[in-house]
Design a protein around this ligand. Sequence first.
Ligand code: SAJ
Length: 419
Amino acid sequence: ETISVIGLGYIGLPTAAVFASRKKKVIGVDVNQKAVDIINRGEIHIVEPDLDMLVHAAVTEGYLKAVTTPEPADAFLIAVPTPFKGDHEPDLGYIESASNAIAPALKKGDLVILESTSPVGATEQMAAWMAGARPDLTFPQTHGEESDIRVAHCPERVLPGHVLRELVQNDRVIGGMTAKCSEKAVALYKTFVEGECVITNARTAEMCKLTENSFRDVNIAFANELSMICDKLNINVWELIRLANRHPRVNILQPGPGVGGHCIAVDPWFIVSKTPEQARLIRTAREVNDSKPEWVIEKVKLAIADFLLANPHKTAGSVVVACFGVAFKPDIDDLRESPSLSIALRLCEELVGRVYVVEPNIESLPEVLTVLELKGISEALDDADIIVMLVDHFQFKEIDNSLYKGKMLVDAKGIWQSI
Ligand code: SAJ
């Protein structure tokens, strides 16, 4: 049995490597020739703990190879990006290209699984694209249980930074277009999934993944809204949340500088775009979370004004602002869609003084970010007039309070509980 994984990114590559580690023959497909070359050397082009070892072993033992054009296989897993276009409309362009790319390689009896997080209806659309490209084969939308090709949606739900563990241990939602499609998909995932494989239909599986991330987004928005309310009312939101969470049925999440990453800030829009009139709370939660970076920037500007008032010998141009943390969440090096990074960049653009960033999880900034000055913790503590705490990395929690003396603090994560 050969498994082909289309899209060798943050989900596809770990999935391909885990199948290969179970001694399955895996063909990874990616349009990016550079990524393909790196993988075929037994190396990786993304950051995920332990993935390098797994890929290295899989490639050297001959279970995993990467190519740019799909080859015949028994199961095809599609793990390509599903971004949104300008007006928060999902862009299924990558799924369409992947469907058209695998179509020539399909044969009777094959299983095609969509893993990408997708708006409701995307799996049926994918099957329609494949059917259009291969009129000689039958698909579930027209031939039900008798179809030549089986199609299912099995969304991934792994947490970046813990992908290899969660791939194996999490329960998996399996949404076949028919019962046989689901059965075939369960048999495939059982190769490595130790969690339960729970069967449903494709549309419910699509909505399930969107629901999970929207649930988290709405809950984070609640915490972020509380932080802005408490600021107006002169109440410490961190203490407030700690107290409220002592209630046995209350469990409020933590406010922050906004919501980052490539899932939680995107997926709720897939629900909103399908049902704009009904999805009022989900849309508002997105707007609340998206407004938080701007709110933090205003706080920094107020802090600078206060600092200049208290230090009349200083000029705006000589003020040093240090942003602590630019990753999208604690204890990772992932800068993608990071609200703290966007705050640092905006400050850099708008302020006349200097902007330092402190990010213990990276050694150097990517070239596009070199407008920012990357500094170590102690240098930033020495030089900064204003400290903006944006990510609760463990290294920042360990900093001794006395080292902040005389600085203006803007704390979006409650490390010093100042805002
Ligand atoms: N955040 C807060 N306050 C909190 C928790 C998180 O502000 O109390 C922020 C984080 O700082 C970050 C953002 O939310 O900017 C998202 O972080 P996260 O840890 O909640 O989630 P992700 O994006 O790393 O991964 C999520 C997970 N989904 C859920 O927990 C429901 C993961 O299981 C999914 O697989 C992943 O999205 C995905 O790929 O969809």
